[in-house]
Design a protein around this ligand. Structure first.
Ligand SMILES: Nc1ncnc2c1ncn2[C@@H]1O[C@H](COP(=O)(O)OP(=O)(O)O)[C@@H](O)[C@H]1O
Ligand SMILES: [Mg+2]
Length: 238
């Protein structure tokens, strides 16, 4: 497979609002591709089209060799959404077991392993609704990882997560990446962007520029990514 994700002119309108405009994106195996852009720039909508939750208005796309909606390869994708998609009245362990079962993973060892991976061993029996925001994010990540996906789509995975845990998450993403997992991650945090192998800058639904963090900085002639983003996006951001 040449590209894990490939889109051509992918667009989505909600009424007269163009949430995603003509996005042509290619993500190669083994990349950590960061979608960077202010709130409302279309990152979530783009990701939702890639996993088949939103139907494109125009354009085409393929994920893991399957045209979107990628129904037949969903079990090879881990999708972590922004708003907690977990069952609040179930425990951490029950949530992870449920999401695992959706992809045919029923091994108790794997479920325990992935709970340990996100450091929630001692909260496995806690009801998700009783957890703090950061702990919920960890539980969400466990659910996205339980079936050993080949492609991880992470929608602002560290929102509401303290800096220390954020760093733990990113160390973990890097480890998965080194094991061959391809990652598409959205963020509006610049220090996270620096940890991606390649970045796509989005604004008002359009993909404005792409490149490695180093390439974007030299393209903009700035010393830091924040400056590069402001220059390329042409002014206001966030
Ligand atoms: N289901 C929807 N109905 C109408 N408008 C939507 C819907 N989903 C997203 N939008 C709008 O599309 C634009 C892009 O949103 P979104 O993809 O969530 O951006 P981001 O994730 O970058 O913050 C925003 O203006 C948002 O209000
Ligand atoms: Mg979003």
């Amino acid at each position: 497979m040449e590209y894990v994700i490939e889109t051509q002119g992918l667009s989505k309108s909600f009424g007269s609002l163009q949430a995603v405009r003509e996005v042509s994106l290619r993500v190669e195996p083994g990349e950590t591709y960061g979608l960077l852009g202010p709130n409302g720039s279309g990152k979530t909508t783009l990701m939702r089209m890639l996993v088949g939750l939103v139907r494109p208005t125009r354009g085409t796309g393929g994920v893991l060799g399957e045209e979107i909606p990628p129904d037949r390869v969903l079990s090879r994708i881990g999708y972590m959404t922004q708003a907690g998609a977990l069952y609040q009245e179930l425990t951490v362990g029950e949530n992870v077991a449920f999401f695992g079962a959706l992809s045919g993973v029923t091994s108790k060892e794997r479920i325990q392993e992935v709970i340990a991976l996100v450091g929630l061993e001692d909260r496995a029996k806690s009801t998700v609704g009783t957890l703090s925001g950061g702990l919920k994010q960890r539980a969400s990540l466990a659910c996205a990882l339980v079936h050993n996906p080949q492609l991880l789509i992470l929608d602002e995975p560290t929102v509401g997560v303290d800096p220390q845990l954020r760093s733990i998450f990113w160390d973990h993403f890097r480890k998965l990446n080194q094991q061959g997992v391809t990652i598409l991650v959205s963020s509006h945090v610049m220090d996270e962007a620096a940890r991606c192998t390649r970045l796509g800058l989005m604004r008002e639904g359009s993909l404005l520029a792409e490149g490695s963090p180093g390439e974007l900085k030299s393209q903009a002639g700035t010393g830091d990514l924040e400056g590069a983003f402001l220059k390329i996006a042409g002014g206001s951001h966030a």
